[in-house]
Design a protein around this ligand. Sequence first.
Ligand SMILES: NCCC[C@H](NC(=O)CCC(=O)O)C(=O)O
Ligand SMILES: NC(=O)OP(=O)(O)O
Length: 314
Amino acid sequence: MKYFTQFESKKLADQLIEKALSYKTNPLVDHKKGIGKRIGCIFLNPSLRTRASTQIAALNLGMEPIVMNMDKEGWALEMKEGAVMNKGTVEHIKDAAAVLGSYFDILAIRAFPSLTNKQEDIEDFTFNQFIKYSGVPVISLESAIRHPLQSLADMVTIHEHTREIKKPKVVLTWAPHIKAIPHAVANSFAEWTLGCEHDLTITHPVGYELDPMFTKGAHIELDQKKALEDADFVYVKNWSAFNDYGKIVTTDSSWMLTEKHFKHAKNAKVMHCLPVRRNVELSDEILDGKRSLVQEQANNRIYAAQSVISHILG
Ligand SMILES: NCCC[C@H](NC(=O)CCC(=O)O)C(=O)O
Ligand SMILES: NC(=O)OP(=O)(O)O
């Protein structure tokens, strides 16, 4: 595996989940595997979990992580081919990515969408420029359209809680937010959940249909109450409109999950990738209660990243 950017196959997902679980039991079992190697973690956007968990994962493998917050500390990057760089951008991506490729054995990139240029976002333009020009293995730390390390950690978390349930009912529900938020987490969660052959229902207000490329095979139920019936796992996430690209269509607070939404899903567990806007996306009672798996998901980010880096190291 040279690139970790999306769901590839159930076989690979199962291998990565199993490896992540074994690293969770014994994080330092491969502590010499990455000695003498470096991973460059390039952030064009903020992060707490992805930044720290990827560094810990690399360190557990004996690898040296170097983090660059390019949005704040790097030169302003030009992305356009043939650009006359007489304005704000200082360095072309083709020069920067080639240099980074020569410094690191693996590059890991976070590049959020603009939410204004739909075509560039769905092509994952910025992220793919790093792949094109760096020449080394690349891991997605969340691109414009996918967040595969998050989804792998989510699959590990679901796996850990599915011992007695044959085919869990997984629900992805839209939640309100004050800002226009990317589709990456929701897209990837749908892609991995369906790829791992779980039963997925997606619920959202009209106007929040996701890119069908990611939701083919999911049940779409626009009535949140119906969608939640008998759910085993409820993944809560805001995203902006995909059709009316990047727009906020509604902020209807009745979509925020509270305990009363679980009348017909008594044992449902609640998931969220974090960061979460408390009492906007999810109520305190849910986040601080027994249903919440959010801290487990965040903890599993370490072992998901470790599993992926280890797989790339070979
Ligand atoms: N990496 C995990 C989530 C990142 C991003 N959240 C955000 O931008 C939250 C911003 C805010 O709440 O102001 C998202 O949902 O795609
Ligand atoms: N869940 C997640 O990716 O968190 P960060 O944005 O803090 O990395």
